[in-house]
Design a protein. Structure first.
Ligand SMILES: [Zn+2]
Length: 337
């Protein structure tokens, strides 16, 4: 991400890109950080320009806003406005999970007791305090991290590096998705096998729960189908007779794990209901067929129901990690990437 400022606010307070505005002083843009007028440095074609196109402050202005600071600023503003954040699923039910509403939110409030300033301090309905740290170019500094870990503060770090600068985009990232955020914790010894699930303490995206329930019901009723092009495969007919919910497999979280009792665990298929696509380079176990079902909201859920099969041609379904060869469902057990 650029250390320059390439986004600004227009007269309607909307975020605009440097490439879309009139060059020079008449761009009618203000800085999203200090709210002072800006000059658009985008007159020369990029090939001839000395620097990349950007917005500049007038001389004498000390504001050092860049795209990074804008992203950071907007994320804080949105949390304060919306008083909500989508949390990742809590493996042990001991942390907030899913979309959580706060009763009070403050930004950049100094914590006198521990001597640091979290980006956002949020209070949940049960009175519990959650700290939110946004990470653009720099991870949370080690000193701050140590305070958080040592005092067992509940602090979630949200990585904004993959978000487009725009209020709508950031809002959707913070409220509809649960990716790219993790709790600041001391490194824990890794545990193998199943984890205890308990969603009763905190909420989870209700559409994810409904989608998982729907898929389990399909399976229990004898038909769970995957469609590709015009072919429909009923996994039941391919010997998949066991479906377990909420399993951990090699540190990989599975919403539904399908496998065949007759062939032991061979040919494991993981169905995961997620809020967004995985980041590029995300590693999945090589002996696991992973199917991600992207459910962002009610309409994604309705599409899943209407279609009545898990179809990989749509944007809310995808296969990750390997080329999913449906023809081989009957005999393939080891999968190479
Ligand atoms: Zn500024």
């Amino acid at each position: 991400m650029s250390a320059l400022l390439t986004k600004a606010l227009n007269e309607r307070e909307e975020i605009v890109d440097i490439e879309t505005v009139v060059p020079g002083k008449f761009c009618n843009c203000i800085c999203p950080n200090c709210k002072k007028p800006l000059i658009a440095k985008n007159r020369k074609p990029l090939e001839e320009a000395k620097r990349e196109h950007h917005f500049a402050h007038y001389k004498g202005c000390l504001c050092e806003a860049s795209d990074e600071t804008v992203l950071h600023q907007l994320a804080k503003e949105i949390i304060v406005e919306e008083k909500s954040l989508m949390f990742p699923v809590s493996e042990h039910g001991d942390k907030p999970s899913g979309l959580v509403h706060f009763v009070k939110v403050e930004q950049e409030k100094r914590d006198e007791k521990f001597g640091f300033r979290p980006d956002v301090e949020a209070i949940m309905e049960n009175g519990e305090r959650i700290l939110i740290e946004f990470y653009v170019s720099h991870e949370i500094p080690p000193k701050k991290r140590n305070i958080i870990v040592k005092n067992n503060l509940k602090c979630i770090e949200v990585d904004l590096n993959y978000v487009t600068i725009g209020k709508r985009e950031i809002r959707s990232f913070l409220l509809d998705e649960s990716e790219n955020r993790s709790w600041i914790e001391a490194a824990e010894p890794l545990t193998q096998g199943e984890s205890k699930e308990n969603y009763s303490l905190y909420s989870r995206n209700p559409w994810h729960i409904k989608a998982i329930e729907y898929l389990k019901k399909q399976f229990d009723e004898g038909e769970i189908t995957i469609g590709r092009n015009s072919s429909i495969y009923n996994l039941r007919e391919y010997g998949y007779d066991i479906c377990e919910l909420s399993k951990m497999y090699r540190k990989f979280r599975l919403d539904l794990l399908l496998y065949r009792s007759k062939k032991e665990n061979k040919g494991r298929i993981s169905l995961s209901v997620r809020g967004r696509r995985r980041n590029q380079g995300h590693k999945t176990p090589t002996d696991l067929r992973v199917i991600d079902i992207i459910i962002r909201n009610e309409s994604d859920y309705n599409r899943l129901i209407e279609r009545d099969n898990i179809c990989c041609t749509d944007d809310f379904i995808m296969y990750e990690g390997f080329n999913f060869n449906l023809k081989n469902l009957t005999h393939s057990n080891t999968v190479s990437q």
